[in-house]
Write a protein that binds this ligand. Structure first.
Ligand SMILES: [Zn+2]
Length: 143
């Protein structure tokens, strides 16, 4: 879906008041809580994420790389107080290893150079250097 400048400015206005930009355990998260869910479904339509219900309160939540991307997108449009909150969350996010699927190197730091299809049809990234050194790729994590 295409996000217009009007959508972005609406999102900034809404999240400036109702949003929360955090990074618990290194996982970026944008949360907004509201009794009336219309705005939360609009956020979900625009950016993805989920709408949770707890009693009369509903919350929209976007996590991980998409939440970090949204923070970076909204940062320049936010007032100073929210900028600080976003900067703090992104600093924590940047200090953690990315999710395995976004890593470009094996756990030993070599670049992934081949993609293999496993018996069950899953594509797995491999590092030739580790294969040469250890003769196998046991313990490597890939996609
Ligand atoms: Zn390696």
């Amino acid at each position: 879906m295409n996000i217009t400048m009007a959508d972005l400015h609406w999102s900034v206005g809404f999240l400036e008041g109702e949003g929360c930009f955090v990074c618990p355990a290194g996982r970026a998260r944008v949360v907004a809580t509201q009794v009336c869910p219309d705005s939360l479904y609009r956020l979900r339509k625009l950016f993805g994420g989920i709408v949770l219900e707890k009693g009369k309160i509903r919350a929209w939540q976007l996590s991980g790389i998409n939440a970090a991307g949204l923070m970076m997108t909204l940062w320049s449009l936010m007032p100073t107080k929210r900028k600080w909150q976003i900067e703090k969350a992104l600093a924590i996010w940047r200090s953690h290893l990315p999710h395995a699927r976004y890593r470009i190197t094996c756990p030993q730091g070599h670049p992934y150079d081949i993609i293999e299809r496993t018996k069950n049809g899953k594509d797995v990234r491999r590092c030739i250097t580790c294969r040469r050194l250890y003769g196998h790729t046991k313990g490597q994590r890939g996609i």
